[in-house]
Design a protein around this ligand. Sequence first.
Ligand code: A2P
Length: 289
Amino acid sequence: LDSTITLNNGVKMPRLGMGVWKINNAGASQSVQWAIKHGYRAIDTAKQYGNEAGVGQGLTKGLADNNMKREDIFLTTKIFNGDQGYESTLEAFEDQLKRLQTDYVDLLLIHWPVDGKYLDTWRALEKIYHEGKARAIGVSNFNITRLKTILKNGSVKPTINQMEFHPLCQEEDIRNYCEQRNIQFEAWSPLGGGKVLNDERLKKIAAKYNKSVAQIILRWDLQQNVITIPKSVHEERLIQNTQIFDFELSNEDVQEINTYDNEARDLWYSGFYWHGNPTGMKDSVKQWN
Ligand code: A2P
C-alpha cells in the first residue's frame, strides 16, 4: 500500500495524517513536533479549532529540528463558518497563513456547508487555488445535494470531502458518490473521538492481529481508500497510530467491520449537518476556543 494518494488535480496527499481538533495552542505545537519526529507527513487543522498559531509554531520548530523543509509536510486548514462569503474568505485566509507561518497550504477546505454562502466561499477558494496559495481545495461535511451544487456551479472540482467516518458511521452513499466522481473521501474522528475503541467486536479482531483497536480501525480506513487523520496528545499513541502499514486485514474482517455501521454521527454536529444551522456552530466555537 502506497503511503500517498494522488488527488484529482495530480497533487499527492499522505494517506495518514494527524488531526488537532480539541487541542489548545501549546498542545498542538507539541503534538505537531512529535508527529513530525515520528514520521507523520500530514497535519490537519482549522481556524475553528483555535490552534492554528500553535500548529504554525510546532511546524516551524519541528521542520527545523528534523532538518526538513516546508514541502515535506502536507498542511490542511479550513475556512471558518463565520468567515464564509467571497471577500471575507479571502481576508480570513491571509490571517490563517500568517498564524500558520507559511505562505501556502497544501489543502484548503470549506469546513461546513453554510447554506446560502458556500458557493461564494468556493469561488474564493478557486481564486486562492489559482494564485497557488493552496495546492488543492475541497470541502468538508458536504452531503450529496451540496456536492452536486458545487460540481454544477464551480469551475474547479473539489479534491476532497472530509467527513465524520468510523466503524459506527460509514456514510456509504456519500463515499460511493465521491468515488464515482474521483473526489477523495477523508475521515474526521476516525476513532469516533475515542468512543469506538471500547467496541468488544473490534477488540476481538485486534487480538487476532496482535494490534490495538485504534490500529485496526486506521488500517481499515487505509484498505478502503479513506484518508485518515487520528488525533492524540500522547506521544506513544501518536507512534502507535503510524504502525498500520506493516499488516493487512483479511477481506472477511474488512467486510465484518463494514457491518458495524449504525449511522452514529456525533450528535451535536449531525443537527448542523442535516439542517444547516450555523447559529449552533457559534456556540461550539466558544466552546473550543
Ligand atoms: P488522546 O488525545 O488523549 O490520546 P479521533 O481521532 O477519532 O477524534 O479520536 C481521538 C481520541 O482517541 C482522543 O480522545 C485520543 O485521546 C484517543 N486516541 C487516539 N489514538 C489512540 C490510541 N492509539 N489508543 C487509545 N486512544 C487513542
